[in-house]
Design a protein around this ligand. Sequence first.
Ligand SMILES: Nc1ncnc2c1ncn2[C@@H]1O[C@H](COP(=O)(O)OP(=O)(O)O)[C@@H](O)[C@H]1O
Ligand SMILES: [Mg+2]
Length: 314
Amino acid sequence: MGVEICVEGLTKSFGHQVIWQDVSLTLPAGEVSVMLGPSGTGKSVFLKTLVGLLKPDRGSVKIAGRDITRLREHELYEVRKLFGVLFQDGALFGSMNLYDNIAFPLREHTRKSESEIRRIVLEKMDMVGLIGSEPKLPGEISGGMRKRAGLARALVLDPEIILFDEPDSGLDPVRVAYLNQLIVDLNAQIDATFLIVTHDIASARQVPDNIGLLFRRELVMFGPREELLTSEEPVVRQFLNGRMQGPIGMAEEKDAAQVEQELAQLGNGSTQTPGSQALTPRLLPGPGILRPPRWNAIAEREAELRRRKAVADV
Ligand SMILES: Nc1ncnc2c1ncn2[C@@H]1O[C@H](COP(=O)(O)OP(=O)(O)O)[C@@H](O)[C@H]1O
Ligand SMILES: [Mg+2]
C-alpha cells in the first residue's frame, strides 16, 4: 500500500537563511502528491529532509509512525531503503552502462544472485520502456531516457516511497507528457507513495491526488487536487493558473505595493479569465492498467465539488 509520511512543524534554515518554516502535511499512503513552488523555494531541500539527508531545525517527519529526524545514522540507513529517489538529472554514473547503473542498488544493498538481479533489472527497464538500451552509456542517450533510467534504478529495491525531483525539467512537452503518463501508470501498478516536486503547472494539474504549494518560506496550502485547482487563495490561484498578476513575481518576490495592487485586482475579478478555475481532468492510467481502488472515491469527490462550485471542465 505504500506508507504514509506525516510532516509536522518542519523548519529548515542554513545559517541565517530560513528556507521554509512550520511545514505540516500528510502524504497519504499510496497516493501521488505534487509539491509546487517557484525555483529556489526549497523543494529539493524538502525532499532531502524527508530522506534524512538534511536535518531540520525543528519539527518531525514520521514515516510509518517513526520520526526519522531523531534516528541515528545506522537506523536511517535502514529507513532509506524504503525510498526510491529520482534526482533532477537522473544522477546516473557516467562511466557505467544503463544495465549496470540500474543494477547498482541491488548489488550494493542485497545479496541477490546475478541471475536474480538480471530478472529485476530487465523487469524495471521494461516498465519504463528502456528494453534494448542496456549497453548504452548515460552520455549516449536523451534527457528523457536518462530520467527513465533513473526511475528504473529508483524502482529496483521495490520502494514504499518514490520521490521525484523535477522529473519534467529539461524535457520537451512531448517527453513531459510521456513521463507523466509513466508516473500515473506506475502508481497504478506498484504500491508506493509518490511525491513529485516541480514547478510545472500543467503536470501538477493533471497527475496528482494532492497538491501542495511552497511560497515565501511557507507551505501556502496542501490538499486534494480538486480543492487546490478551484481554490480562491490568491497565491494558489495565480500559480496554478500561470498568471502574471498576483503575489508571485519574476524575481520571485515582488515589492509589497505591487502585490497589494494586484491582489486588489484579483479580488474584484477583473483579471479572471474564463475557465481559469477549471477542474482539469486527471490523467488516466493507460490501456490495460487497472485504476487504483481509490479512484472511485476521488471521482465522486470531484463530481460533488463540480455540483457545489459549478466549476467548468476543460
Ligand atoms: N546545502 C546547502 N547549504 C546552504 N544552502 C543551501 C543548501 N542547499 C540548498 N540551499 C539553499 O536553499 C535554497 C533552496 O534551494 P532548493 O531546495 O535547491 O530550491 P528548489 O529546489 O525549490 O529550486 C536556495 O537558496 C539554496 O541556495
Ligand atoms: Mg530543486
